[in-house]
Design a protein around this ligand. Structure first.
Ligand code: B12
Length: 215
């Protein structure tokens, strides 16, 4: 097995100690942190989700796999940030996973990548009440609002947030970027959000593009 497959398997197995050990070794061997993240760690979580869908994995196991990811991110995050800072695309961003949805690992990666690109990020976490998101936009006037949903049913909170922003007269001053595994470009078009990105890396150029549109 390749080192990436070994890392994926350790995450899939929910083995925190092994994940940390393998990630540290890969870094020491000069492997790319981005590759470890995208092709090792995230793949392990995806495999775990696929196992859950097939009834081979259960919630406590998904939780153990997500803990592996968190442990590994402690090692990787500083390496992703070092050497890439760039203030060109700077702007203020609020990030939140919508109400009713506890998934926040992917959004944390988006936060890391945006910070790396020079954005000032307010990370509100998961299961954030819609009223808190609206209040934060009102109080902090960010250029961007990033919303995440991992569940097919919580995606539907996104258009509710958009219409409340409109009702509060905030919609024209903030660009809304959406993401999360079930969220796609067609959904973005359908609900009238400003942008969608597939993953944390592609969220950066998308955020810069949206920021530039505000002038
Ligand atoms: C870990 C996990 C959990 C953990 C979450 C821990 C945490 N703190 O996040 C726990 C165990 C708590 C959990 C719970 C549940 N989960 Co869960 N979970 C997962 C799993 C395995 C991995 C998610 C993950 O972290 N992926 C890795 C990250 C890096 O990827 P990502 O989240 O997609 O994020 C990337 C992109 O989507 C994008 N992105 C994400 N957000 C944003 C935002 C913006 C603005 C942008 C631009 C981009 C962007 O960038 C990210 C980084 O590259 C997925 C399987 C999967 N394939 O995703 C299931 C999955 C999401 N869960 C699922 C389910 C059903 C549940 C539960 C309902 C189970 C239950 N019966 O209770 C509960 C939900 C409870 C709730 N109310 O929310 C289903 C959802 C099915 C659906 N489409 O509705 C999945 C797909 C599993 C499956 N295949 O069935 N889960």
């Amino acid at each position: 097995m390749s080192y990436l497959e070994d890392i994926s398997k350790a995450v899939f197995d929910g083995d925190e100690a092994k994940t940390a050990e393998l990630v540290q070794k890969a870094i020491k061997d000069g492997k790319s942190p981005q590759e470890i993240l995208d092709k090792g760690l995230v793949q392990g979580l995806r495999d775990c989700g696929a196992g859950f869908e097939k009834g081979q994995k259960f919630i406590p196991e998904m939780l153990m796999s997500s803990e592996c990811m968190k442990v590994a991110m402690k090692v990787i995050k500083p390496l992703l940030v070092v050497g890439k800072a760039d203030t060109e695309g700077s702007g203020r961003v609020i990030l939140a996973t919508v109400e009713g949805d506890v998934h926040d690992i992917g959004l944390e990666l988006v936060a890391t990548m945006l910070e790396t690109a020079g954005f000032k990020v307010k990370f509100m976490g998961a299961d954030v009440p819609t009223s808190d998101i609206i209040a934060a936009v009102k109080a902090e006037k960010p250029q961007l609002l990033g919303l995440s949903a991992l569940l097919s049913n919580t995606m539907d909170v996104m258009p509710v947030i958009l219409s409340l922003l409109k009702k509060e007269g905030l919609r024209d001053s903030v660009k809304v970027m959406i993401g999360g595994a079930p969220v796609k470009q067609d959904f973005c078009d359908e609900i009238g959000a400003d942008g969608w990105a597939y993953d944390a890396s592609s969220a950066v150029p998308k955020a810069k593009q949206l920021r530039a549109q505000l002038g």
